[in-house]
Write a protein that binds this ligand. Structure first.
Ligand SMILES: N[C@@H](CCC(=O)N[C@@H](CS)C(=O)NCC(=O)O)C(=O)O
Length: 97
């Protein structure tokens, strides 16, 4: 299973919507709450190139926000990304060296 990281704030409807899709799929995710934490929000903005929350990463790959997550779902591309075995990626990377 992939590692999913989502940066959120409270009272953010897009964050709630994104998390509810992940929860519906039974996906465990790491939530980083940036309320009142300008340093963390700045780090998120720098990594994502966007200021809005949520910002979502699947196995180090930046997915984007809630709309991007749902677009992947509609395109049938979310499940394969979530199912990708991160350990296998690392193994493949090492094997290619
Ligand atoms: N299209 C974005 C919309 C996200 C959005 O508007 N988030 C609001 C909070 S609910 C936000 O972070 N606004 C501040 C900003 O855009 O910097 C998505 O789907 O994630």
């Amino acid at each position: 299973m992939s590692r999913v990281v989502i940066y959120t704030t409270a009272w953010c409807p897009y964050c709630i919507r994104a998390k509810s899709l992940l929860e519906k799929k039974g996906v465990a995710y790491e939530e980083i709450k940036v309320d009142g934490k300008p340093d963390l929000r700045a780090k998120m903005t720098e990594m994502a190139g966007r200021t809005s929350v949520p910002q979502i990463w699947i196995d180090e790959q930046h997915v984007g926000g809630c709309d991007d997550l749902y677009a992947l779902e509609r395109a049938g591309r979310l499940d394969p990304m979530l199912a990708a075995d991160a350990t296998q990626h690392l193994h493949d990377k090492k094997a290619r060296k």
